[in-house]
Design a protein around this ligand. Structure first.
Ligand code: KIV
Length: 262
């Protein structure tokens, strides 16, 4: 997988299937099952380390997991999260830490937020680091956002999100993850922006979908948000569950806005 191929898929209307991935064994399994993009998400702080948020995850831990995923992967595109505190200080801090993730085996880095992140995105792209932005609910800001809640429900917030997304695209971001926003908001972003929009709890009108691997494999304890679907239900193995996810993202049957959307 390449950035060019991902752009071709978007242009052709072929949906992109992305899952989070944190180790070599799952990287191999997901790649073999046809997952297009592996996201070494800082959600590992919650699902692997047991923290209540992604805030405690360190850059060193992201480098370790990115190296593990890169060793197991053969063909998928690999994105690594810049964790909280690894890009907030300055452009030079962001560039320095993005280089460490790229050297660990990432093909692209992801950072959260709009507005203040625009100069960081521009600097990274100018220096040869592809960037995935992340708007809507941004988990590293969970305390500032007042918990896990739907974003951009009202018109002024939806307009601000669209403005942020357009600025990030103009700065050179080639992908955007949109989390926990109404389906109508994402649908219009996907139709109007020159970048690839991937949704999580953001409806079916995106160029692709991402879920946290442990959520869709039913490994996360407790009640999951409505946008998550348990793909283990009715599957005989993990590989079959992942293959079903890929198939249903690609044929448009997951997500179903009536069941999984806001
Ligand atoms: O860290 C992560 O897994 C993410 C996804 C929720 C998109 O950012």
């Amino acid at each position: 997988m390449t950035l060019h191929r991902l752009g071709q898929m978007r242009a052709a209307g072929e949906k992109i299937a992305m899952l989070t991935c944190y180790d070599a064994a799952f990287a191999r399994l997901l790649d073999d099952a046809g997952v297009d993009v592996l996201l070494v998400g800082d959600s590992l702080g919650m699902v692997i380390q047991g923290h209540p948020s992604t805030v405690p995850v360190s850059l060193e831990q992201m480098v370790y997991h990115t190296q593990s995923v890169a060793r197991g992967n053969r063909t998928a595109w690999v994105i690594a999260d810049l964790p909280f505190g690894s890009y907030q200080e300055s452009v030079s801090q962001a560039v320095h830490n993005a280089v460490l993730l790229m050297q660990a085996g990432a093909h692209m880095v992801k950072l959260e937020g709009g507005g203040w992140t625009v100069p960081l995105v521009r600097a990274l792209v100018e220096r040869g680091v592809p960037v995935c932005a992340h708007l809507g609910f941004t988990p590293q800001s969970v305390h500032a956002l007042g918990g896990y809640r739907i974003q951009a429900r009202e018109e002024p917030a939806a307009a601000a999100l669209a403005r942020d997304a357009a600025e990030l695209a103009a700065a050179g971001a080639s992908m955007l993850i949109v989390e926990l926003v109404p389906s109508t908001v994402t649908r219009s972003l996907s139709a109007s922006l020159p970048l690839t929009v991937i949704g999580i709890g953001a409806g079916s009108g995106c160029h692709g979908q991402v879920l946290v691997l442990y959520d869709m494999l039913d490994l996360t304890p407790g009640k999951l948000p409505r946008f998550v679907r348990n793909f283990m239900e009715g599957s005989g193995s993990i590989a079959e569950a992942v293959q079903r996810y890929v198939r249903e993202v690609k044929d448009g049957s997951f997500p179903d806005d009536a069941r999984h959307g806001y």
